[in-house]
Design a protein around this ligand. Sequence first.
Ligand SMILES: [Zn+2]
Length: 104
Amino acid sequence: MGRKLKRICQNGHTFFKSSDCPTCPTCEKLKEPASGFLSNLSNPARNALLFHGIDTVEKLSKYSEKVILKIHGIGKASLPAFKSALEESGLAFRSNDKNNNSNY
Ligand SMILES: [Zn+2]
């Protein structure tokens, strides 16, 4: 029963390891070949989406453009890639409704 050490990787993920192995499980996951639209994104944008559990265009479409842009690591430069990925699947960003207290 080794003592688990709290570590923070260079990408800011917090994880616990009982060994000296500094491998971050989140980073390991991110190293796997990205599928679908994630493969067309820059690393920061992809990591930011994955951090929020957004790994498919379907999930992306549940968010409005406004909310997506609020995610740290996602800039306006990522929007064209998101939009074309959504369009390819016949989807679109959620519209910015006024009562959007349900989805954020
Ligand atoms: Zn990491």
